[in-house]
Design a protein. Structure first.
Length: 108
């Protein structure tokens, strides 16, 4: 079992992983701005969300930024586009929302 690490530099790219690998997505976030990262879509036949948590930066003051980490286990062979959105939770649609997408190809 390997760990595939993804960050903002992988946006729009394609990565390959094997069944049982962990796909770890880390994106910068400042929750007090109201904008938080959330999972928008992925194929549940390929990935399974294991955890979703925010960690403040070590040198961050109260209300400062940090890293939002999503951990997915590869559960099936195939290809999926993993899409995350950074937006305010109380807005169904926001023109200010940021999108992050990466394609994951899994092998047996």
């Amino acid at each position: 079992m390997a760990e595939v690490k993804i960050d903002s530099s992988n946006a729009g790219g394609t990565l390959t992983a094997a069944v049982d690998d962990l796909v770890v997505v880390r994106l910068d976030e400042t929750p007090t701005s109201g904008y938080r990262w959330g999972v928008e879509s992925f194929d549940a036949a390929v990935l399974e969300l294991q955890s979703d948590e925010f960690t403040p930066a070590a040198d961050s003051a109260l209300g400062g930024g940090g890293t939002h980490e999503f951990r997915f286990r590869v559960v099936g062979v195939g290809e999926t586009t993993l899409k995350l959105m950074r937006r305010r939770s109380w807005e169904a649609y926001s023109p200010d929302a940021d999108a992050f997408e990466v394609t994951i190809r899994s092998e047996g």
